[in-house]
Design a binder for this molecule. Structure first.
Ligand code: IPE
Ligand code: IPE
Ligand code: MG
Length: 244
């Protein structure tokens, strides 16, 4: 990783290891241009490319992106179909390039519910890139934080774990994100101040940054601003840091 000569001029410990992005605002971006919502989703997908490059340059190790929530199924059927086919096209067209760039793809969310042929493509993409270590791109697709916690509980109950010794560390091993560390910084584009069911367990001590910039317009400079803001914050984790 390139944290020593970081182009942001920050010491390595001030760079978030794990950045998670709620990529919101594609629909509004399209509407402002008189385009269909799917054109916004396509522009958002294009934007991902430059953000990936910027993450590598800035020394971020893990990028988690919220691409499709468990609630997004309730959108109009043609938008849902479009979002599914965008994921499929990204895998079909970009996988080799991502692989060459050293990107390791991961998925969080429920595979069940996704079309079987698309499920197979997701699994293949994960398998194909699993040895890469330049950047982890963790895609939250058919993801819901509550579903994740429920799924963890179900597995824990099925395995018959002892309720008296179950602790947070053990619980987190049953989450989709295991073994990734919790996000340090959660960015939300599109101006809302909510998590929308994203990483609700893992966000316990994440720094949250919201910008009105719509996702297709969120560029490297915007990412730089978010990281500089993160670096200026004092993370206390409930403790008292100053010496008394
Ligand atoms: C975020 O953009 C992408 C997904 C939820 C898939 P939106 O589609 O939510 O865009 P807005 O919020 O309507 O502008
Ligand atoms: C969150 O955005 C989900 C994704 C970015 C995939 P939404 O647009 O679905 O969230 P709400 O409806 O504003 O809470
Ligand atoms: Mg939205």
């Amino acid at each position: 990783m390139t944290t020593e000569h970081n182009p942001l001029g920050l010491p390595p410990e001030k760079i978030p290891r794990h950045v998670a992005i709620i990529m919101d605002g594609n629909g509004r971006w399209a509407r402002q241009r008189g385009l269909p919502r799917l054109a916004g989703h396509r522009a958002g997908t294009e934007n991902l490319r430059r953000i990936l490059e910027a993450c590598v340059e800035f020394g971020i190790e893990i990028l988690t992106i919220y691409a499709f929530s468990t609630e997004n199924w309730y959108r109009p059927p043609n938008e849902v179909r479009g979002l599914m086919s965008i994921l499929e096209q990204v895998i079909d067209r970009e996988l080799e390039e991502l692989n060459q760039q050293g990107v390791q793809l991961r998925h969080i969310g429920r595979l069940e519910g996704i079309r079987p042929d698309l499920q197979a493509k997701i699994k293949q993409a994960i398998e194909r890139t699993k040895h890469n270590d330049r950047l982890i791109l963790n895609v939250a697709f058919n993801y819901g934080g509550r579903a994740e916690i429920l799924d963890a509980c179900r597995r824990i109950l099925r395995e018959g774990l002892d309720p008296d010794t179950l602790d947070e560390e053990t619980f987190s091993r049953y989450l989709y994100t295991w073994p990734l560390p919790d996000p340090d910084l959660i960015i939300r584009t599109g101006g809302e101040y909510r998590l929308s069911n994203f990483l609700i367990w893992q966000a316990a001590y994440a720094e949250i940054y919201s910008t009105p910039t719509l996702w297709p317009d969120f560029d490297k400079e915007e990412l730089r601003k978010a990281i500089l803001e993160y670096a200026s914050r004092e993370r206390r984790f409930g403790r008292v840091l100053e010496k008394v």
